[in-house]
Design a protein around this ligand. Structure first.
Ligand SMILES: C[S@@+](CC[C@H](N)C(=O)[O-])C[C@H]1O[C@@H](n2cnc3c(N)ncnc32)[C@H](O)[C@@H]1O
Length: 360
């Protein structure tokens, strides 16, 4: 198994892990920790793909949005001497001497993780951050310096490892401090949406999502899936407009699932929430799927995930169902969609996005 570049860098510093009580946050692959099998370690995952690969038994998890909005959630699985948590926030009482954070994409997400990590540390604890140089490790170092003296420990594989020795007192982490409620308006509907750092399009309505909501085909019935739901913008809008619908909202991100639950609560709505990697391990049949799906942002465009999603969407849809999807208009989705659906229509377009409506 090939380790991620971040973990190839950590492999060069195995002595670092010899002592202390360690928490890993969002490891970038499921294999590096096998090299620390004999050590008792806690691992917090905000992403379901690496969580499910790490625990190797859980293909997807279904939640009720009311339960999450009231109590949050934390799914725990033991693998040997490691305890893996799938959760938006770390709410156990455990305290650590060392926390290893894998640098996330968004700066605001990183700031939140730093505060969360600081809240779990024992006195004189250390926070380590590993990340790709092009992923903003330099600006990460600046943010870490606010917490205490920060050093670069190693760098290779286009990644760096930084360590901060915490100084001073750190307040307990409170998710409410990071949560904001915004009011979005589309056509003649206005509704509240909850936003948290690390969730797609934090604090603003995405232009692609807006096009989908304005121009979607409205003859929806039965059960609808908001695939890749983010903050639950699409699902909450559809339930507000069409109260007869039942919704399932799915995302790989625990923060997205938590935020969707909070958005539904703010609208007095209730729905099924599913944590999954794509539609892998999902069996719920639905009448319609409405989505602004994840897109690949790397240098090389890879359509494997999209192709698999389209194949799986066909499997989950009832035969009279439909898939409505908004995407960057320059991506070759019409071709991919017509491999699995006989009718593929472009129902709206802007300079940037196309909206597709497909059926059998
Ligand atoms: C383009 S955003 C759309 C979010 C939301 N529907 C909206 O319109 O604001 C795509 C979402 O896909 C999620 N995602 C990324 N990879 C995924 C995967 N493998 N399985 C499920 N969801 C995924 C991301 O967490 C993100 O919330």
């Amino acid at each position: 198994m090939i380790l991620s570049p971040q973990n190839q860098l950590l492999e060069r510093s195995m002595d670092l892990f010899a002592n202390g009580e360690w928490l890993f946050v969002n490891p970038s692959d499921a294999y590096f920790l096998d090299e620390l099998k004999s050590k008792s370690i806690d691992v917090m995952h905000q992403f379901f793909d690496i969580f499910s690969e790490s625990v190797r038994v859980v293909p997807s998890i279904s939640y009720d949005s009311r339960d999450i909005a009231d109590k949050g959630f934390i799914s725990e699985q033991k693998v040997g001497s490691h305890t893996h948590y799938f959760a938006p926030f770390l709410t156990t009482q455990n305290q650590y001497t060392d926390v290893m954070i894998y640098l996330p994409k968004a700066k605001s997400h990183f700031q939140m993780l730093l505060r969360m990590a600081a809240g779990t540390l024992k006195e004189n604890g250390r926070i380590h951050v590993v990340g790709e140089n092009k992923g903003g490790i330099k600006s990460a170092a600046k943010l870490m310096q606010h917490l205490g003296p920060t050093q670069k420990i190693d760098s290779a594989r286009h990644c760096s490892l930084l360590t901060t020795q915490l100084s001073g007192e750190h307040l307990a982490f409170n998710p409410d401090d990071w949560t904001e409620t915004l009011t979005y308006e589309v056509e003649d509907t206005s509704w509240p949406v909850v936003s948290i750092p690390g969730v797609f399009s934090h604090g603003e309505l995405d232009a692609g999502t807006k096009l989908l909501l304005e121009k979607h085909t409205s003859n929806l019935t039965g059960k609808v899936m908001d695939f890749a739901c983010g903050a639950g913008v699409i699902g909450s809008y559809l339930m507000t407009r069409y109260p007869h619908l039942k919704l399932a909202l799915l995302d790989v991100s625990a923060l997205a699932i938590y935020t969707s639950a909070m958005t539904l609560k703010a609208n007095n709505l209730n729905a099924q929430l599913i944590a999954a990697n794509g539609l892998h391990g999902v069996e719920t049949k639905v009448n319609h799927i409405v989505t602004n799906p994840p897109f690949h942002t790397g240098i090389k465009t890879d359509y494997t995930i999209t192709k698999r999603f389209i194949e799986d969407a066909r499997r989950l849809l009832h035969s009279n169902g439909s898939l409505q999807m908004v995407a960057n208009r320059f991506l070759p989705y019409p071709g991919l969609l017509s491999e699995h659906f006989s009718k593929v229509l472009t129902t709206a377009q802007t300079t940037q996005f196309s909206l597709y409506h497909t059926s059998f």
